[in-house]
Unconditional design. Sequence first.
Lengths: 314, 329
Amino acid sequence: MARLTLMKLLQAVPVILIVSVLAFLLMSLLPGDPAVVIAGDQASPEAIEQVRRNLGLDRPFLEQLGIWFLHLLQGQFGSSLMLNQTVLSAMGERLPVTLSLAGLSIAITLPIGIFVGSIAAYYRQTWVDSLIMGVALLGVSIPGFWIAILSVIVFSVILGWLPSSGYVPIDQSAIEWLRAMILPAIMLSLFQIGFLARMTRSAMLDVLSQDFIRTARSKGLSEWTTVGKHAFRNALILVITTMGILLSTALGGSVVIEQVFALPGVGRLVVQGILARDYPLVQGVMLIYGFVFVAINLAVDLLYTVADPRVRYD
Amino acid sequence: MTASPLVSIEDLTVQFRTDRGWTTAIEGVSFDVGEGDCVGVVGESGSGKSVTALSMLRLHARGTSRFARGAVRYGGQDLLRAPERNLRKIRGRDIAMVFQDPMSSLNPVLSICDQIAEPLCLHQGMSRTAARQRAIELLDLVRIPDAARRVDEYPHRLSGGMRQRVMIAIAIACRPRLLIADEPTTALDVTIQAQILELLRDLRAELGMAVMLISHDLGVIAEFAKRVIVMYAGRIVEDAPVDVLFNAPRHPYTEGLMASMPALEGGTERLYAIPGRIPDPDEPIAGCRFGPRCTHIKPICQAAVPELVAIDATHRVRCTPRTRTAGTT
């Protein structure tokens, strides 16, 4: 187990390196001269020169890359141009919003997606299965921004049950936080529930046809124990694999959802950064998100070994 | 027999759903298993022996099979129609099963302890710790060395023979009155096969349970069973005590099976094989379903499906010409 963890950690190193280089290359990939792009249309040649010097763009390419890595090792992820603060402190403010949105959405997704997917598998090729899979397909296919806007119109504008936008930190008022987050989280979950239900169904279908399910029944176990314990513990392996994808899409999907519900999260920050040509900010966020994804996948890999004893020993 | 049998199977007829509608897998299967009996069921693959066994506990895949006729009587109930709740109390407690493939019949993500403890906790209300202790005793009983350590392992760490021992430990955990072993040695090496059979024989004597052993291997059956039921194409064709069956088989199919057994002193002779193959359940055959492969076929065989006729108190045969000459005495 310890060896496996170490190996997975070592495997993460090259990925982190590649992500770092890709984030660095963002600056070089800008069309034309990045200094001109960042300084804006009406900037004087002196201002452009100033930007160039500040960002170190006047130095040779490899030296720039070296400085980039040196800064990373020191924990410097650059400074935002428009916010007048470091990327790290900007992230520190925004990340809790995004993480609580993603977390709440996953908390909604997991029980519903798994339950509904298992039910569909158990009642395969009946109207129950068709109904669940039809709704799941709808969830996967509906554009997130459209259903999000529609939900604001229904629940905030027409019914007036929930606020249409804004964010309340959880330590200020848990109830207000939930009122602000529940609708965005549900909207973010729709795609994921559909996705997870389909994955769970196919995993369960596979497991339910296995011989050991018949063994479980032959012991006199109830259907609940047979499906909920014997089948599910096996299907869980695939569900955990799906978890990494779910978390990734939750973070990705939050960009749109935060925009619709005006939540001050990382997704909204990135959109603002791109529109304001705040490339150091975009670079920094890209880098940190890269690290977050690597960490998520690492956690999934380790969880996987907990669920499957066959992996644990090898 | 005066005492009422442990399990009584009457006219069992099972159909499966296929693309072309319902196909009859077994038809009119009737036999009794008495307390402490040792019954062998033999036949080629497709003869319906496993279907018969699974039907007794209603373990077929749901929705794709149905019981067209018949009953499985146990303890005053018809297991084919008993509510699921009653059936669950019988499965694993009164009637337990061991399956063919020990590699896939154990749950790969649950520990051996967990899998043996389950029926104990369920049927005997044991606590987890008591069940664990009993699981170790059971592993000892099925002769798994170092049971106290093995009990916490997962199935993938065990060999095929060991896994089948674990399966047997699970099956006998609640001291069932009937153990159904469906081809328990088919997936194992020959040496392991002998060990597993010996284990089953010892356990039967020790626990006093009835055993119904299903196999395609007449050698295995001859060694183990006291009474043999021969199945062909979904029907019982002969049912007799083991010595009677081997010394004086009455059905041409049984004769064929005997002839295709390798004999120890057989020498270099080529093994006999029954010509043809077992027919598909849907294949239209006039009269006796063994007819097309039978070396003694007569016009009367194609007129009607022969009945399973008792030629004496313990011997039943489904062969019209033979039962006519012998049965009318």
